[in-house]
Design a protein around this ligand. Structure first.
Ligand code: T46
Length: 133
């Protein structure tokens, strides 16, 4: 019933001599894009996230550094993803509870299907646990 999180590999154009370019375009993404935001300078001791979304789908990319993402879907399936390649993103579907931990130098870029809306957040874990399985 629910889509599951999965890793997406973006094209890597270039070579070791000149460096690389990776590209995300709506035609190759699982959703249409309406927002890009990025997170940086998060101390390693901090765990961000701790919420799920009703309508938001997004792709997280560690464009620099390393990000550990723990996910949980309604029904209890938990996964742990390590993002440390700038050409690899984590697709997160709706109702995906997620917690992120960063190396200090890491920069997380998020490509999202909708604009920011606080009403879309489920920030109460008990409310998340009550979702249909
Ligand atoms: C998510 C993870 C991966 C805005 O005003 N506009 C925005 O577009 C965003 C993303 C945040 N904010 C404000 C809302 C809060 O006052 O920035 C503050 C921090 O947001 P939050 O505590 O939700 O940050 P994270 O890092 O826990 O979560 C963010 C996204 O909010 C969330 O949708 O899935 O990154």
């Amino acid at each position: 019933m629910y889509k599951q999180p999965y890793l997406i590999e973006f094209p890597r154009i270039g070579n070791t001599m000149e460096g690389y370019i990776s590209v995300a375009e709506n035609k190759t993404l699982p959703f249409g894009t309406n927002r890009v935001y990025w997170t940086y300078y998060t101390p390693e001791s901090i765990r961000r996230g701790g919420h799920a979304h009703h309508q938001l789908e997004q792709i997280l990319v560690a464009v620099s550094g390393k990000i550990i993402v723990e996910t949980e879907m309604p029904g209890g399936v938990k996964e742990r993803f390590i993002l440390e390649s700038p050409n690899v993103g984590l697709y997160m579907p709706i109702y995906c509870w997620h917690i992120m931990q960063y190396t200090h130098s890491s920069v997380q870029m998020c490509i999202a299907n909708m604009v920011y809306d606080e009403k879309d957040y489920i920030r109460d874990y008990n409310e998340f646990l009550r979702l249909p399985r």
